[in-house]
Write a protein of this length. Structure first.
Ligand SMILES: CC(C)(COP(=O)(O)OP(=O)(O)OC[C@H]1O[C@@H](n2cnc3c(N)ncnc32)[C@H](O)[C@@H]1OP(=O)(O)O)[C@@H](O)C(=O)NCCC(=O)NCCS
Length: 176
């Protein structure tokens, strides 16, 4: 496979090399400094929702990190925590593919809606998500350390996402 070819895979949690590449890719790009505990919180519990993009020679050039948890005990809410693509590989559909993969896996696991926050000035991210069906649900004043406001975006997946939580029955405990 050549360097120009891109492939996608779920994170293999035991790969320390991939973990280090993910950290440096994200810290280069996102405005918030994340501690190792934040990465471990997401990756150790939901490695199946973390997708990476690599070039043919195994350079890690894109990542999406997500989680999936009950929200108010009535619906399952997916959350996209981090998304980044290395600068020279942007504009080729890599982020869109990573986001599709994590959302498809969330849907496979029964999610009712997907949520995320992004800076109001981050036009590439807002365009990407809105074109995929995400809706602006809130503006969060000075949400980020750099004092920028955020938009909270929601992608409704099931009817539960459009029903007030007070009118929904509690989630059934998962039978293992
Ligand atoms: C946001 C980011 C992940 C997009 O990655 P990407 O691989 O270039 O995105 P894609 O090529 O998959 O683009 C998908 C869609 O996003 C939108 N988009 C991407 N870049 C854009 C730009 N510069 N301006 C406007 N829209 C843009 C477009 O709708 C595009 O679809 P189209 O090409 O069919 O029009 C990338 O710019 C990045 O890593 N930024 C820094 C980190 C960041 O902001 N992460 C998001 C935090 S919420």
């Amino acid at each position: 496979m050549s360097d120009s070819e891109i492939y996608y895979e779920q994170l293999k949690i035991e790969s320390e090399k991939d973990f280090e590449c993910i950290k440096s890719l994200i810290s280069d790009d996102l405005s918030e400094p994340y501690s190792i505990y934040v990465y471990r919180f997401f990756l150790n519990q939901w490695p199946d929702l973390c997708y990476i993009a690599k070039t043919g020679n195994d350079n890690l050039i894109g990542v999406v990190i997500s989680k999936l948890e009950p929200h108010r005990d009535v619906r399952l809410r997916g959350y996209i925590g981090m998304l980044a693509v290395q600068k020279q590989y942007r504009g080729r559909g890599i982020a869109k593919e990573l986001v599709k993969k994590t959302i498809n896996e969330m849907i496979e696991q029964g999610c009712d809606e997907v949520m995320l926050e992004t800076e109001v000035v981050n036009i590439p991210a807002i365009t990407l998500y809105e074109n995929m069906g995400f809706i602006r649900s809130k503006r969060l004043y000075r949400y980020y350390l750099n004092q920028h406001d955020a938009f909270r975006l929601i992608l409704p997946v099931t009817k539960k996402s459009q029903t007030r939580s007070a009118f929904l029955p509690p989630l059934q405990p998962k039978v293992i």
